[in-house]
Structure formats: C-alpha cells, structure tokens
Design a protein around this ligand. Structure first.
Ligand SMILES: *[C@@H]1O[C@H](CO)[C@@H](O)[C@H](O)[C@H]1NC(C)=O
Length: 349
C-alpha cells in the first residue's frame, strides 16, 4: 500500500463510488448496504450486552464486528430455505473465528491414543440383547444428569465429559445426584496425558479418579476456568468414587446404544461443526478429527423418524438446545456422526 499515494488512492476509491452510483439501482443497493451496516453494528451492540462482552479498545471492537458480521452471514445462509436438518444460532461464540474458537474451546492435546491402544477392561454390556433396549432413553428424566455447566475459555472439555458420565453412574448406583468437581481434574490430574485447559482424555480422568479414590464435590472445589495448583485438602475430601472404567467397542453404534441404555457415556467428537449449533438433529457432513469431549445421555427419534443421540455439552445453556445437542444415530459411517463412536467410555460403579 505504501507505493500508492493518498490522493491516487482517493481517486481510485472515488472512481469505484462514481461507477457504482451511475445506475439508480446500485445507489439503492449501496444505501441498503450502509443501512445494513448500521443495523449490524446495532445488532453487535445488543449481542455484546446480552453476552456481557467487553472489548479492550475500539480497534478490537471494530475487528470483532467484522467477524460477527461474517458469522451472522454464514449462519443465515446455512439456515436459509431449511435445506439442513439442523439450524445454527447467533450464540455466545458469534464474534470468534473458527480458528479462535477451536484454539480455546476444544481439546488441543487429547484423544491422541490410537483405538487399538485403549486399555479396555471388558465391556459389561456385551451380552445385553438389542431387542431388550428401550426405544428411547433420556437420563435427565431419571435425575441422573446435573444442570448444564460452562467450561468457559478453557479447553478442559475432557474433564466435563468424564464428570458428567461419573455423575450419572453415581446417581444410578447410589441414588444420589452430586455435582462433582471438574477443577480437581484440571488442577490435580496432571501427571499423565491430561493437561488441564490445554486438553486431556476422559479415560485419563477416570484413571486419575480411580487412583485418587474418588472425586470431590463441585461445591467443595469450584470451577475457575483456568489451570491452578492442586488443592490437595479439598481433593482428599471424596464425595463419590468409581470401581473402574471400560471402553465401548470402537466404531460400533449398536454397542454404544447398549451402553447408553445402561448409563451416560463419555464420547470424543470432531467439534468443527459445533460452534453455532442452535438445534435440530445434526446430520450430514462432519469430520472425524476428535477434538472435543461430551457425554451421551440418551437416544431417541425425532418426529420425522430421524434417530439421534442426545448429548450433554459444557458450553452453557445459551448454546444448542439449552446446552444439549442431538446428533444423527446409526449413520452409514461406522465411526458415527462426527466420530462419536470412535472412543466412547464410561466409569463403572
Ligand atoms: C457374555 O457371554 C459370554 C458367553 O456366555 C461370557 O463368556 C461373557 O463373560 C459374558 N460377558 C459379560 C460381560 O457378562
């Protein structure tokens, strides 16, 4: 840009405007575009207020407005004409590029273990008859699911996924639903493959919980959304424990169904399509580069007959269906929608 003098640049710009203005329709379009910009800036302001977003300066705000505009355009074009079976929403992630979103919200270091190397101690549901399974399951209706949590800007989805599965089996085996501590995993489970906000694995979390003799309550070791020093006294005050953990056979949705009929199950997914998910049954194209941990808490069929997995996420209630997600079940690809059948596991009690 340095080579072009300012007057020349102005002249070029002026030319474009003059050319654009030479037809009446173009002037109307230009005016509408300007109006659209003002409306979009106002919409960004409202969105900022709604999500409590504050930017450090005007330059950052201007940059975020551009990202917001591009994201809103993408969301509206995705939703247009109802061509997809699910829809997207302008949620709390609407001012982040997909790269920024991936960097902070998903798991950078986890799920590195090849399937063959997963330590499976058996599959307790292997002899369950498929015919005996209920047509639909929703563990919320049995009081086995705590309210939706929010991991914030920390990539410890693996901790939330493991804790939700553990909360489920603890409720089913003891009758008590206890919200358990993700922060204990973030701070204290640091000697294996788990790296707090930088990522980890659900099986690693179960292994830590096993070695630690259990996990403390959320109330006793609250979430801070950042890596911290292990609070050993709080960690020693165990609120619930597990006997072990098992892997569901990989790439086998019928086996996953048997397990989910028995209890909530941790799964790893490719979250590249997750950022703006607003509702419906996620279907169609998705990757299988596992980078996010969530918990399957049921399954069922939508009114149009589409079968789905019911999934608990950890991105607050303003994301998805009040914090939950439905993903198509029994698809042709054995790895499952977004790879969800590749590495499922669950704790035992
Ligand atoms: C399933 O059945 C087989 C054959 O009877 C048996 O060997 C195996 O232990 C059973 N598995 C479980 C988890 O009960």
């Amino acid at each position: 840009m340095g080579a072009i003098s300012k007057p020349l640049l102005l002249a070029i710009l002026c030319c474009i405007v003059c050319l654009y203005s030479s037809s009446g329709g173009a002037i109307v379009a230009a005016a509408r575009e300007l109006g659209g910009d003002a409306a979009m800036a106002a919409r960004h302001e409202r969105w900022m207020a709604q999500h409590g977003r504050v930017y450090k300066d005007a330059a950052e705000k201007a940059r975020r407005l551009e990202v917001f505009k591009a994201n809103v355009a993408f969301i509206e074009s995705f939703n247009a004409g109802g061509k997809n079976r699910y829809w997207l929403g302008v949620n709390q992630f609407a001012d982040l590029t997909s790269e920024e979103f991936k960097a902070t919200m998903t798991n950078n270091k986890g799920f590195s273990t090849p399937n063959g190397a997963r330590v499976s101690t058996g599959f307790k549901y292997e002899n369950v008859s498929a015919d005996a399974l209920p047509a639909s399951v929703d563990w919320r209706t049995k009081g086995a699911v705590t309210p939706i949590k929010d991991q914030g800007q920390c990539g410890c989805c693996w901790a939330f996924s493991a804790v939700a599965a553990m909360e489920g089996i603890v409720k089913l085996s003891t009758g008590k639903l206890i919200s358990l501590s993700e922060q204990e995993l973030v701070d204290c489970d640091v000697d294996g493959n788990d790296h707090g906000c930088e990522g980890g694995e659900m099986d690693g979390a179960f292994q830590f919980i096993l070695s630690n003799g259990g996990l403390t309550a959320e109330a006793n070791y609250p979430y801070t959304a950042e890596d911290g020093q292990c609070k050993t006294t709080a960690a020693a005050s165990v609120a619930a424990s597990i006997r072990g953990y098992e892997d569901v056979p990989a790439n086998d949705e019928p086996s996953l169904m048997k397990a989910v009929a028995g209890q909530p199950v941790s799964v790893a997914v490719d979250a590249s399509k997750f950022q703006f998910y607003g509702g419906g049954v996620m279907a169609g194209e998705c990757g299988t580069s596992l980078d996010h941990g969530v918990t399957v808490i049921g399954y069922g069929a939508a009114s149009d007959g589409t079968k789905y997995w019911l999934v608990k996420n950890s991105w607050g209630t303003t994301w998805g269906e009040a914090g939950y997600l439905r993903m198509e079940k029994d698809i042709d690809d054995k790895r499952g929608m977004c790879g969800l059948a590749m590495q499922p596991s669950y704790p035992t009690a």
